[in-house]
Design a protein around this ligand. Sequence first.
Ligand code: CTP
Length: 395
Amino acid sequence: MLKNKCIVIGVTGSIAAYKAADVVSFLKKQGADVTVIMTKNALNFINPITFETLSGNKCLVDTFDRNFEFSVEHVSLAKRADLFVVAPASADFIAKAANGIADDMLTTTFLASTCKKLIFPAMNTRMYENPITQDNLRKLEHYGIEIVEPASGYLACGDTGRGKLAPVEEIEEYIMMNAAYDHDLAGKRVLVSAGPTQEDIDPVRFITNHSTGKMGYAVAKNAARRGADVTLVSGPVSIEPPMGVRTVQVKSAQQMFDEITDRSEEQDIIIMTAAVADMRPLNAASEKIHKVTMPDSIKLGTNPDILSYLGAHRRDGQVIVGFSMETENLIENSRVKLAKKHCDMIVANSLREKGAGFGTDTNVVTLITKDKAEELPIMSKDEVAERIFTFIRDM
Ligand code: CTP
């Protein structure tokens, strides 16, 4: 996803420097061209060979490298960079950067580059909270540089407080959000539903299904990476909400209906990936639950069909997408659903395929509209999400 992207990672003297190795490895796997620049102090914490091996590029430290090939590297690298990340950023680096000091390879390249810059501070709490550091950070923000707050926790120096480098996954997601895609959904509102619904039988038992929410969470994450304003309405799942996404937790189909329809009018794209239960136990039956045998005696009522409601109440220009699980006649059955629920596209899972459906990290889907059907090979749910938005864009 980062193919042809040039990403510069600055590493400064902090005990957290080793975490940058994970970030470099992740970026390389995403296809990025990664160059690491270390300060001299960072050399006390991690060896440049680690970064060179992981990135496949020379790790730069000294501006005055005697090797001619690299003598103007700071300018050429600054010109090539699509994103400049400094993680961990020490108080010393922040102070220099805020004041335009360029006395080593990192600060020189930083000053010479005009691309988007992200800074992840990491230092002792007292140093971080010192008004001098805070002023420097505000100054950097004033110049359009994004500062990602450090985490709170137990620090290597023995203190507890703010100053811990943001978690590696957060650094990686910030990079993806800034470099992985053209922000082709900037200014668009996207609503995604995900996960199962839970329909209570009584205070102890409920009816649900095997949905893990992975597909919907991948769709929401992809929309956020493309710059959309994303709301995710999620049934109970055990995965972390994606970064940069407004997540609303619900339990029952009725709650999901209420949360979605409250917001549906203002959305540009709505994608229903949720495995919504069609039926729910009726309370009167639930009260008798201990005296009767399950499940025949549970009286069921119908849940609202959210997708049909959205299709029937669509606003002009809105794109509405549903998911379906089919065991046979995938395209014909999905087209029937497409027409019945008045949506623009159905993403059909073939339950016969290995690697498709609930729980897996992969999926096998066909993207179906009134007059097109694009069958995709097995791929990760992240890639499926990417293909859905590309398909919508080209629709
Ligand atoms: N859906 C919904 N509300 C429901 C049931 C389903 O919004 N009460 C949505 C799902 O999120 C999915 C689409 O409708 O996007 C199709 O779901 P599916 O369960 O395949 O469809 P059903 O309407 O239940 O059709 P069938 O039972 O015929 O398969």
